[in-house]
Design a protein around this ligand. Structure first.
Ligand SMILES: *Cc1c(COP(=O)(O)O)cnc(C)c1O
Length: 383
């Protein structure tokens, strides 16, 4: 077989398993998505606060825009000539909002998660990661020189056993988790984790709030704000591409950690910085995040409504958030169910292996603040 024949064979196998992926061609119109000539309510977006299509907000931004913030490219790494003032302003804003010493902004969540762990670990570091952390974190662990063990999802008793067993052997242990998990929509017990970190000196805590930022907490700063433990997390990370309707990612941390990352983090050093325009937009949205309580409340109540409806119909649903999976099991069945709902006007996507463990294929509802109670009521009646 030639190389291409081998690839073609693998694609055929994926197709036979119901796991072949293709890039869907879609158009957007407010809360709706148009795909395959069909208009559907978008229940698969990460635009949790419904800001991505918010015209008034965008017009306000364009009107206030001036100087270097209008630039569409940074043309360089931040370490060379790409460090525009928009970065400094956004990082100062983040540090102030979170009440921490420093913040550092990256090109994307993928850059963040594949860059931080390799920078802050060596062969005498042990990484203890939740089994279900995002692929970008898995890649970051792989790229690091550290030893790593993945503990069963949210099994903090197992995590504590591992800490007990290894903390004498490793001067640095890093616990890695998401705050709201992207596939199950359940939430990490951050207070238990900060407790463990304090109990075992030399332990650091890394929390990815990609699905928590904007959505949880009084000012929308995430689950760590809601649980009042921002100050106890060494690497409090999040992304701007989801609820914030922008692009990029951040860590809030102590000054020394920021300085260290600037020196050691390859996915910050060896990449062109985000365009100043995008960074200015992120700042614009961040400044208004605290005032979006009503959107957060709407999202919370529609999430509760959908979760309850699924449970009432006997579906397994581990969610504690606006990410609401309906776990079907078989990949073909998940695909079929998604197609049925799409025919009825709801854009829901199946999630299959390798994104989730085999046998746990699911429909993944990803709600946003723009969905009305009426729309949701109609959906729950169909389920
Ligand atoms: C989406 C996501 C990322 C990746 O962020 P991007 O900015 O899209 O690269 C990282 N971590 C988690 C948990 C995510 O859900």
């Amino acid at each position: 077989m030639t190389n291409e024949e081998t690839f073609a064979h693998e694609l055929k196998t994926l197709q036979a398993q119901g796991n072949l992926r293709t890039l869907p061609l879609v158009a957007h119109d407010g809360q709706d998505i148009i795909a395959s000539g069909r208009r559907m309510l978008n229940l698969s977006s990460n635009d949790y606060l419904g800001l991505a299509g918010e015209k008034t907000l965008q017009e306000q931004f364009w009107q206030g825009l001036s100087g270097e913030d209008t630039l569409l490219s940074a043309s360089s790494s931040r370490l060379l000539t790409g460090n525009f003032s928009a970065y400094t302003r956004l990082e100062q804003l983040l540090a102030a909002l979170f009440g921490r010493e420093a913040a550092l902004v990256f090109g994307s969540g993928y850059h963040m998660n594949t860059g931080i762990l390799p920078a802050v670990t060596d062969s005498s570091t042990l990484i203890l990661a939740d089994k279900l952390v995002h692929a970008s974190l898995i890649d970051g662990i792989r790229l690091s020189g550290a030893r790593s063990i993945r503990f069963r999802h949210q099994d903090y008793a197992q995590l504590e056993n591992l800490l007990q067993k290894y903390h004498a052997d490793f001067p640095r242990i890093i616990i890695v988790t998401e705050s709201i998990f992207s596939m199950d929509g359940d939430t990490a017990d951050l207070l238990r984790l900060t407790g463990l970190k304090k109990q075992y000196p030399g332990t650091m805590l890394y929390v990815d709030e990609a699905h928590g930022i904007g959505v949880r907490g009084r000012q929308g700063l995430g689950l760590a704000e809601e649980l009042d433990c921002i100050g106890d997390i060494d690497f409090l990370c999040g992304t701007f591409g989801k609820a914030l309707a922008s692009v990029g990612a951040y860590v809030v941390c102590n000054r020394i950690i920021r300085d260290y990352l600037v020196n050691k983090m390859r996915t910050l050093i060896f990449t062109t910085a985000l365009p100043p325009l995008n960074v200015a937009w992120t700042q614009f949205v961040m400044e208004r995040l605290a005032d979006m309580t009503e959107r957060r409340q709407r999202l919370a109540s529609s999430s509760t409504c959908l979760r309850n409806a699924l449970k009432a119909h006997g579906w397994t649903c581990p969610s504690e958030s606006h990410i609401v999976p309906m776990i079907v099991g078989d990949s073909h069945e998940a695909t079929q169910k998604a197609e049925q709902l799409q025919k009825l006007g709801y854009y829901v996507l199946p999630v299959r292996p390798p994104t989730v463990p085999p046998g746990t294929s699911r429909l993944r509802f990803s709600l946003n603040a723009g969905i009305t109670p009426d729309e949701l009521k109609q959906l729950t009646e169909l389920l």
